[in-house]
Design a protein around this ligand. Structure first.
Ligand code: NDP
Ligand code: GDR
Length: 371
């Protein structure tokens, strides 16, 4: 039997790495697009690496970029994939205010370039397409919880670009009969989450503080509320959406909401640290109230401060998803709880911090940075 072929854009990112793993487990031949960079950018998938000199590889990487249509067309022509997962994006909401045009090019037109390449190559009846859509589309929310029918009101260049990608996916489905779907995914995290998203910034920052590698964590809006799930649970859904009789769009969420502050408190609990919040607004601080024996910090240390630079020109204050349609039609429900997610991320970052401490203690130079 011939193997199914999948092409993943954004394979080097958080979701791409988990999706590649599950597709390889399912027996797919997985092709991924990686960007040319001046240093290695494949750490999340290095464990899956297969030597290009070996025959019958199941994981094949191609250099590419969503801003280059000739490159994308060439890869699609060569691979002739059964399924395309478009996960590549400039995915940082705050950064999109600084790079609005680039974000539009990659996140909006990138999806169009792929769809158009599929169509021009005559693959529109054979290649299925998944678009990584986002709860950021809801932005200034019109109803709670958000479902597939909740109106959109994007609040950032990122979300506006993703709104184009959402609609162009729907349009190619309607216009050309393509099997093309949007997964409207709410925030999902893991130990592989990029270090500048708030969850990973918190778990990594607090682990470094615990180990004495850093003094203080600087954050923005602690009262923003999100519906946080685990990336592993969510990539299974991305695959399921392409295995149905008919292409449809689905919300993927846990249906539970926590604030950034709740996330911090859960992470502190896992570390055995107690803090008290003092002050208000930009002057709010988190002061250590209790520390376990092996922690390198002491009671009274200020370990959290607010920095205005982390506030966005337009904020998404609250998101909460209703994934009833996915539960009913696809039989999906998330398995990993909020607490399990936070604990897994904290434990993983504590391990990294301990490795760095070991290196420092044996004379190596280790620099920890925050952004
Ligand atoms: P990441 O930021 O971890 O990964 C993004 C991927 O896109 C990386 O592989 C990156 O490459 C690649 N990429 C960026 N720009 C380009 C480009 N110009 N051409 C080709 N590849 C590019 O994101 P996630 O894995 O967290 O998210 C996956 C997708 O899902 C994204 O589209 C994101 O917007 C969307 N999404 C994510 C959610 C989440 O909570 N994680 C929720 C809803 C939607 P490199 O490694 O070289 O930087
Ligand atoms: P988000 O994720 O914008 O929801 O987009 P992020 O983790 O960046 O922010 C979540 C909330 O936390 C607040 N916040 C901070 N955020 C960051 N990054 N850094 C801080 O220091 C900080 N302090 C407070 C933010 O203001 C925000 O309210 C993610 C991305 O993965 C998108 O690609 C995806 O589409 C959405 O999730 C769903």
């Amino acid at each position: 039997m011939t193997k199914k072929k999948a092409l993943i854009t954004g394979i080097t990112g958080q979701d791409g790495s988990y999706l590649a793993e599950i597709l390889l487990d399912k027996g797919y031949e997985v092709h991924g697009i990686k960007r040319r960079a001046s240093s290695f950018n494949t750490d999340r998938i290095d464990r899956l690496y297969q030597d290009p000199h070996v025959d019958n590889r199941n994981l094949i990487l191609h250099y590419g970029d969503l801003s280059d249509s000739s490159n994308l067309t060439g890869i699609l022509q060569e691979v002739q994939p059964d399924e395309v997962y478009n996960l590549a994006a400039q995915s940082h909401v705050a950064v999109s205010f600084e790079l609005p045009e680039y974000t539009a090019d990659v996140d909006a037109l990138g999806a169009l370039r792929l769809l158009e390449a599929i169509r021009l190559l005559g693959l529109e009846k054979t290649t299925r397409f998944y678009q990584a859509s986002t709860s950021e589309l809801y932005g200034l929310v019109q109803e709670t919880p958000q479902t597939e029918t909740t109106p959109f009101h994007p609040r950032s260049p990122y979300a506006v670009a993703k709104m184009y990608a959402y609609w162009i996916t729907v349009n190619y489905r309607e216009a050309y009969g393509m099997y093309a779907c949007n997964g409207i995914l709410f925030n999902h995290e893991s130990p592989r989450r990029g270090e500048t998203f708030v969850t990973r910034k918190i778990t990594r920052g607090l682990a470094n503080i615990y180990e004495g590698l850093d003094d203080c964590l600087y954050l923005g809006n602690l009262d923003a509320k999100r519906d946080w799930g685990h990336a592993k649970d969510y990539v299974e859904m991305q695959w399921l959406m392409l295995q149905q009789d008919n292409p449809e769009d689905y919300v993927i969420a846990t249906g539970k909401q926590y604030s950034v502050r709740d996330f911090i408190e859960c992470a502190l609990e896992e570390l055995g640290l107690g803090i008290k919040w003092q002050g208000k607004g930009l002057d709010e601080i988190g002061v250590l109230e209790s520390v376990p024996k092996n922690c390198k910090r002491k009671v009274g240390d200020v370990i959290i401060r607010i920095d205005a630079r982390y506030f966005r020109p337009a904020e998404v204050e609250t998101l909460l998803g209703d994934a009833s349609k996915a539960k009913k039609q696809l039989g999906w429900s998330p398995k990993i709880t909020f607490k399990e997610l936070v604990c897994e991320m904290v434990r993983s970052d504590l391990e990294h911090a301990r490795r760095d401490t070991l290196l420092i203690n044996t004379g190596f130079d280790v620099v920890t940075t925050q952004e």
